[in-house]
Design a binder for this molecule. Structure first.
Ligand SMILES: Nc1ncnc2c1ncn2[C@@H]1O[C@H](COP(=O)(O)OP(=O)(O)OP(=O)(O)O)[C@@H](O)[C@H]1O
Length: 330
């Protein structure tokens, strides 16, 4: 059996919009390995939703091939889709019924045993909340109920298109905590997102697209390892410190009164060099490599605009968590 749950070769999809050709997906080779959560990362309009629509058989490609769970498209789309789950949003649930009752009805309509409902409630950790009416659910709980519904038929592959879209920071947290647990329970997850912090936190591996094309892929840990190490240095005389470090061959940038030193292996050498020149470091802080710096290196631009409220909320959540972790470390 192939170790790939999704494989595309030379995938191309062109839309025609008011006489204009829009190449949404271009020569896309995707390879999603079995096991864990795979991020499908790209800026808004880079072709993620179009690719997911192709994988779900909701659109057909102009060129290229698709294989999902070893089944080739288009001949085996129905066979593949019985083993694939996706998030369905609006209109699926009755607001006056509890989450559990809603799932009972969906299970019955799909001919699934009622016991499955308890299992999926546990998988997304709904617990007692499942007994309350859907109407009163927060957005994050609603999204988790949608995940539970997608899991009812025991899919081998769960495809999630921007699962934290439209959620507040608490909802984003809710969903982000749930997804890795699903992967641990054996479901393969393909998650599209334009939010780097989300992918960095949740996904083990990633495919990065920009303007419909694959620009990078691999294990997140490896990609981060390829990023340049950076250290933020606080020192009383930044101008003199800058020339000492630059003179010693370091690449130095100014960030206000701080220096950011790039591409070195041993931060302690910075302290030593500066101390030898009578300059004493007040702050030395290793800047963790992020997918953002990797993305920037690959594409020359950021994946999201700083004004994007979703990305901002997500980044703030990630930053807050990092602070907590840093606090726990020290
Ligand atoms: N039905 C359509 N008709 C014409 N153009 C389309 C259509 N659907 C998508 N596009 C265009 O195709 C490109 C890729 O869109 P797509 O929605 O796949 O990107 P995306 O990465 O999912 O973006 P987002 O994160 O904003 O949803 C965009 O330029 C978009 O405007």
């Amino acid at each position: 059996m192939s170790d790939l749950v999704v494989e595309t070769r030379g995938l191309r999809k062109v839309y025609r919009d008011a006489g204009r050709k829009v190449v949404a997906v271009d020569s896309l080779d995707l390879a999603v390995e079995r096991g864990g959560v795979h991020g499908f990362l790209g800026p808004n309009g880079s072709g993620k939703t179009t690719t997911i629509r192709l994988l779900l058989g909701l659109a057909s490609p102009d060129e290229g091939s698709i294989t999902v769970l070893g089944q080739s498209y288009p001949e085996q789309v129905p066979a593949a889709l019985t083993r694939v789950g996706a998030l369905l949003e609006r209109g699926l649930f009755s607001p006056g019924l509890s989450g559990r009752r809603n799932l009972d009805l969906l299970a019955r309509a799909a001919g699934l045993p009622k016991s499955r409902v308890g299992e999926v409630i546990e998988q997304v950790d709904l617990g007692e909340v499942a007994k309350r009416r859907y109407r009163g659910y927060s957005l994050g709980v609603r999204r988790r109920l949608s995940l539970a519904a997608a899991l009812l038929k025991k899919p081998e592959l769960l495809i999630l298109d921007e699962p934290s879209n439209g959620l507040d920071p608490a909802g984003i947290r809710d969903v982000r905590d749930t997804i890795p647990r699903l992967a641990e329970s054996g479901v393969n997850v393909l998650l599209s997102s334009h939010i780097l912090a989300e992918v960095q936190e949740v996904c083990g591996s990633v495919s990065i697209i920009d303007a419909g094309r694959l620009v990078g892929s691999g294990k997140v840990a490896d990609l981060l390892g390829e990023s340049t190490a950076r250290t933020r240095v606080g020192v009383a005389e930044p101008d003199r410190a800058d020339s000492v470090l630059s003179g010693a061959g370091y690449q130095v940038q100014r960030e206000g009164d701080f220096l950011v030193v790039e591409g070195h292996e041993h931060p302690e050498m910075i302290t030593r060099l500066l101390a030898d020149s009578g300059l004493y470091v007040s702050e030395l802080h290793a800047i963790r490599p992020t997918l953002e710096s990797y993305f920037l290196k690959l594409t020359g631009h950021r994946p999201t605009s700083p004004e994007d409220p979703q990305a901002r909320a997500a980044d703030q959540t990630a930053e807050h968590l990092r602070d907590l972790e840093d606090g726990a470390d020290s």
